[in-house]
Ligand binder design. Structure first.
Ligand SMILES: *[C@@H]1O[C@H](CO)[C@@H](O)[C@H](O)[C@H]1NC(C)=O
Ligand SMILES: *[C@@H]1O[C@H](CO)[C@@H](O)[C@H](O)[C@H]1NC(C)=O
Ligand SMILES: *[C@@H]1O[C@H](CO)[C@@H](O)[C@H](O)[C@H]1NC(C)=O
Ligand SMILES: *[C@@H]1O[C@H](CO)[C@@H](O)[C@H](O)[C@H]1NC(C)=O
Ligand SMILES: *[C@@H]1O[C@H](CO)[C@@H](O)[C@H](O)[C@H]1NC(C)=O
Length: 495
């Protein structure tokens, strides 16, 4: 403003008068410079001491001289933000941040969780530059603290979670961090582009499902039946990460994303070792893949934290409630009432290997099985309550202090797993799983009508290629179940 005034003044004068005006401009610049660099600088750039102890030293921050603030480099102030799961490498560190999500159960303090990959040997010291407005020249600098690291397998990059916390009073009263960027030494130089902070909304009386990372090929029929069954069970939301998925499988995923049931996030850590990651049936079980999938489950824990319950399961797993429960929602409601200190419920699987298919059901794939076998404690999965859970990964849940875990009894739920026996389930002798020693498994039966009825309303012709199945679609269309009275009777409550 001041400069502009001097300039317009200068333009309106004759050349002879210019010399004193030039001196005046230089003097004014010095004055402005001194004002900007004084401790009363109005741009709050704050620094906290002590990086790794996680203690907060609110009083120890000091204001940093913000000389750079006068920079007219607008490119720096409105940078494009990097989408979640593309990965941002922190300069001069072997740390790749994949997503930034607010932990809504820490308020009024604002805690941002950074789901990340890191080389185990990396220097872990870095800073979050917390931005509360679109003008990225304003920020609060706080040290990142390592919250969790997955050390079960050593791989190129371990899964990890860092956290950065700030108080509203430190951000000119703002209660929301909009963007976070990162720097290894100081937010004032060599900052990364920002990532947009995801702030989950509270969704009471709803449950969500996290399926981690899907890749390669999944049979469209099986996938359709799974999604349809989950709709019948009352799931409000399904979150899936995808990487290198076959077109036929992707068509079904895109369809359910369009209906709003499914949220799809591309798992695409750019520039990991200079190549993009592509999973196939062959490389999908490496130690690195384990870390990648587990980190996706951890992302779900925070991203879906607004839901009363979250279930981390795969597309070949069916949690089937027993009478009198007609939906999972209904069962979870009663479990929550009966176990008020529960953070999570363990679901123990019943295995139904593909070679046990009995073909009594003429149409639906999953309904062709009549025998299953318990393989506990292998392949346990969980349904957990995010507010009371400290950590939820694929097969493990750690409750917060004061909360416990329970098992969902078989009388209330059969957790069916449709897959072949896996050699990595070390103590399960796969060759001894005789069908005649298994138990009758018919818990899915009473849901066939409702699943068929819903399936018939999906555009099956567009979702199932003719080459996959010559007659699946026409059989589903012709099936009288789902249209008849049988369905009407079971719609609300099973007794
Ligand atoms: C990177 O970090 C190492 C040690 O942490 C340091 O010696 C080196 O100077 C840093 N390089 C840059 C470009 O900051
Ligand atoms: C702080 O907040 C006030 C009121 O919302 C606003 O007028 C002022 O510009 C803000 N200052 C900074 C440095 O963001
Ligand atoms: C998958 O779809 C893409 C674009 O729709 C196409 O380019 C590609 O050839 C397809 N791949 C296969 C294996 O059909
Ligand atoms: C809840 O408690 C009641 C009374 O003890 C019991 O009858 C019922 O089976 C329990 N339900 C569940 C889902 O645990
Ligand atoms: C697995 O079960 C089969 C059949 O019961 C038996 O012959 C075999 O010795 C068992 N293997 C192990 C490692 O226990």
């Amino acid at each position: 403003m001041l400069l502009q005034k001097f300039h317009s003044l200068a333009l309106s004068m004759s050349p002879r008068c210019l010399a004193p005006i030039f001196f005046a401009i230089i003097f004014a610049n010095i004055v402005i410079y001194l004002l900007w660099t004084s401790p009363a600088s109005r741009v709050p750039v704050r620094r906290r001491s002590n990086l790794d102890d996680g203690e907060y030293h609110a009083d120890s921050h000091r204001k940093i001289k913000g000389v750079y603030i006068r920079s007219l480099d607008m490119a720096q102030s409105y940078q494009q933000s990097i989408p979640h799961w593309k990965g941002v490498w922190i300069p001069n560190r072997s740390i790749q941040v994949m997503s930034v999500i607010e932990d809504i159960y820490q308020r009024p303090e604002i805690k941002i969780v950074l789901l990340s990959f890191l080389k185990h040997s990396s220097n872990r010291k870095f800073y979050c530059c917390m931005h509360w407005s679109d003008d990225l020249r304003e920020f609060v600098q706080v040290p990142a603290r390592l919250d969790y690291i997955d050390l079960r397998y050593m791989a190129e990059l371990q899964g990890a979670a860092f956290e950065c916390s700030v108080r509203p009073s430190e951000m000119n009263g703002s209660h929301r961090v909009k963007y976070v960027s990162f720097a290894s030494e100081s937010c004032m130089d060599n900052r990364t582009p920002p990532m947009t902070v995801m702030t989950p909304e509270r969704r009471t009386f709803e449950f969500a499902i996290c399926t981690k990372v899907v890749y390669d090929y999944l049979d469209p029929r099986r996938l359709l039946e799974w999604f349809t069954f989950m709709e019948v069970m009352g799931a409000s939301k399904i979150l899936t990460f995808h990487n290198n998925v076959h077109n036929d499988t992707m068509t079904v995923l895109n369809y359910f994303a369009k209906t709003g049931l499914l949220e799809l996030i591309e798992f695409d850590p750019r520039n990991r070792g200079g190549v993009s990651v592509k999973y196939t049936a062959r490389n999908g079980q490496t130690h690195q893949a384990h870390h990648d999938k587990t980190l996706a489950a951890r992302d779900c824990q925070y991203r879906l934290s607004g839901y009363d319950y979250v279930m981390t399961i795969d597309f070949d797993e069916f949690p089937v409630p027993r009478r009198p429960f007609g939906t999972i929602s209904f069962l979870l409601e009663e479990l929550a009432r009966n176990f008020s200190d529960a953070a999570a419920f363990r679901m123990e699987p019943i295995l139904l290997p593909p070679d046990w298919l009995s073909r009594k059901e003429p149409v639906l794939y999953h309904w062709q099985f009549t025998r299953g076998v318990h393989i506990r404690p292998y392949g346990n999965k969980w349904v957990y309550a995010p507010p009371f859970t400290w950590m939820a990964s694929t097969h493990n849940v750690v409750p917060k202090d004061g909360y416990k875990t329970y098992v969902v009894p078989q009388e209330h739920l059969h957790f069916l797993h449709f897959r072949s026996c896996k050699l990595e389930w070390h103590s399960v002798n796969c060759s001894s799983l005789y069908q005649r020693l298994a138990q009758d498994e018919d818990s899915l039966l009473r849901f066939a009508d409702r699943v068929l009825s819903k399936l018939q309303r999906h555009p099956l012709e567009k979702l199932i290629p003719l080459s996959t199945s010559f007659d699946y679609t026409s059989k589903v269309r012709k099936d009288p179940r789902g249209r008849g009275k049988l369905f009407e009777k079971t719609l609300l409550f099973d007794t």
